[in-house]
Design a protein around this ligand. Structure first.
Ligand code: B1M
Length: 223
């Protein structure tokens, strides 16, 4: 990993959003995730390398949280710094395709506020030629149902990051399938596995954005 990618990882782990941000005290006045990412891209560091540094950083801050060394505010600042990085990376995931392959409705299930993984999936899927209908976080089943009614041939993606919200996910899958048996549903998120997806009655599971794309491309619906 290049030194500059490591620096981005450090900014994310420390919650250093940009130069103007006073947090954390120890990095006051220094460039943050925003400036360092811009510099890295100017130096032709690959978006994949930057993303890997950020994902590793989120893993580290998550582990520190598990050990009781940091708390929710620190997680929140890390998430904000990661958002600053993602704003720079977004254009690199666009392919410029005009004709869309189909529509992909995505949301983080009810009770769950984590959106970084969902946003990454959205960016990569969009970059691979799919139209994204992003319902956001804490999405109730009714909202998914309305979106499917408005966009009948869409494929639906559900994200969950908490073991507690996996139950809500299972409920949402069940209710979508009861109302729209032919709608394809794929689930993902850190606590999920293929076994969970099977048990929920989902059509697919993907551990990462690339496997969501693979799954979607196998079910191409050209509008
Ligand atoms: Co939360 N949190 N959090 N948190 N948080 C985790 C998930 C946790 C593992 C931390 C820990 O204990 N080590 C833990 C969950 C434990 C569990 O249930 N198994 C946890 C907890 C407990 C909580 C709270 C309950 C804390 C509290 O309040 N006491 C609380 C819950 C709030 C709520 O949702 N109701 C909470 C809050 C938060 C913040 C709001 C502060 C913040 C989120 C901010 C935001 O998202 N805007 C936050 C953060 C940042 C994390 C960690 C540190 C990082 C998550 C992340 O963004 N990872 C996380 C620890 C960790 O992950 N190690 C943690 C980076 C991201 C790229 O990865 O989201 O896994 P990920 O997405 C991946 C894959 O999972 C996959 O692709 C992505 C890219 O590779 N993927 C899909 C995701 N969705 C997919 C959908 C698909 C396919 C693949 O198909 C549709």
């Amino acid at each position: 990993m290049s030194e500059i990618a490591d620096r981005i990882g450090l900014c994310v782990e420390s919650g250093k959003i940009n130069k103007a941000s006073p947090y954390p005290q120890s990095m006051r006045g220094e460039d943050g995730a925003d400036e360092v990412t811009k510099l890295a891209l100017d130096q032709s560091i690959s978006p994949d390398e930057i993303l890997k540094a950020c994902n590793d950083a989120m893993q580290r801050i998550g582990n520190r949280y598990s050990r009781g060394e940091v708390f929710v505010p620190e997680l929140l600042m890390a998430a904000k710094a990661m958002h600053a990085v993602m704003a720079h990376l977004k254009p690199y995931f666009k392919t410029g395709e005009v004709k869309k392959k189909g529509k992909f409705i995505i949301g983080t299930v009810t009770g769950d506020l984590h959106d970084i993984g969902k946003n990454l999936v959205s960016m990569v899927v969009e970059g691979n030629g799919w139209e994204i209908i992003d319902l956001g976080v804490d999405v109730k089943t009714e909202k998914f149902i309305s979106a499917i009614k408005e966009n009948p041939h869409s494929i639906v993606g559900l994200s969950a990051l908490l073991t507690t919200t996996m139950i809500n996910m299972a409920r949402t899958v069940k209710e979508i399938k009861a109302e729209f048996p032919n709608t394809i549903v794929i689930v993902g998120g850190a606590p999920l596995s293929q076994a969970h997806a099977n048990k929920m009655g989902a059509d697919g599971y993907a551990p990462d954005p690339q496997n969501v794309v693979k799954f979607l491309n196998q079910r191409l619906i050209v509008n």
